[in-house]
Design a protein around this ligand. Sequence first.
Ligand code: SF4
Ligand code: SF4
Length: 431
Amino acid sequence: MQTNFSLAQLADPDTAESEKILRACVHCGFCTATCPTYFLTGDELDSPRGRIYLIKEMLENNRPADARTAFHIDRCLSCLSCMTTCPSSVHYMHLVDHARVRIEETFQRPAGDRLLRALLAFVLPRPQLFRAAVWAAPLAKPFSRLLPERLRGLLAMSPKGLPSPSPVDTPQIFQAAGERKMRVALLNGCAQTVLDTAINEATVRLLTRHGAEVIVSKGAGCCGALPHHLGKVDQSHEFARHNINAWTSEISKGGLDYVVINTSGCGVNVKDYGHMFRDDSTLAAKAAHISAITRDISEIMNLVDYAPSNGTKSLRVAYHSACSLQHGQKIVREPIDLLQRAGFEVIEVPEGHICCGSAGTYNLLQPQLANGLRERKMANIISVAPQLIAAGNLGCMVQIRAGTDIPIVHTVELLDWASGGPKPEALRSIV
Ligand code: SF4
Ligand code: SF4
């Protein structure tokens, strides 16, 4: 695609990078065939190609974002299905990230939207605040009519109950069982430590059982993805900086083979720290190293030669491949192979490349499109008649769980169960 930026514009490294990305696009439109929002609306501006044009126009003309651009970029899931499809290797992720920052900095949203986005970016990454907000939600419900419409929707979607905080989610070291094969830092995350504590517990058991010493580092927490996807670059970089420093300190204390992530949405973000801090003279090298040693839990379990021990679990599992795993990290076969090795009958879901509508805070900010995608996902899952669903990303689990009674668990909970861990709580009713 031809571009028309001035030399002064290209002196800005983010604009220079976006220009390179724009030039790679040959506007062939192949990406429209796999874009979930284009499926739903049929509007070219809700397709990757249409969004690329909007971003080009905004950046080239060096103007503040207008309502039309904000509207269609906000409707993008950042599912990255378009990147898997694109034959020209257009790095849509970095382009849309840049556009979101420009929109956040230059577009004046309605007051209710601004408040909602600020609340989500501030509360969700902070487990204590998030827990307090969920606890307070029922108290606020009788007054919900007094709240702006967007906040009312948020209140209606708040979870009914929460597990107690888990002892694994405080800074500590878990020793490897038997000979130590590797030393890893586990990102225990933010929302996950509030909404589903069983995932980190299963991950720690699974890793230590397979010879990994697991560190939950002091100072590490939210990866920054939630504010990042809202275009709030200062907040997201602040979280990322804490993690980079915390894990770098572990490297100097006793070495670190890997940073392990069990929420694939966070994995995409941490694997991109090197890019985020590429122009930061103090953090660039450290950030690049952290990204280089970051692995999804399914990659690690293949490395440590996962050994199921509990006999076969011949349950029919519909494997939901999170976009952040399959498109964001190009991890497709690993979780399926591990589940099969554990004895599960794994059924791939039709249209498995299409997003379930979760996408971080997307289901809270774009409920209509998110619900449409969930319905489509549920119809596909139900068509293969599974006994349970497995996924490698909490966001997808929450989104899918809201549309079905079929139990849904994290892949690590099944791998843990099949190698000596307890049966996942969600499966009590079926086995
Ligand atoms: S498939 Fe790639 S090159 Fe073709 S229009 Fe989409 S982003 Fe551009
Ligand atoms: S990231 Fe997903 S929703 Fe956004 S343009 Fe690409 S395919 Fe469409």
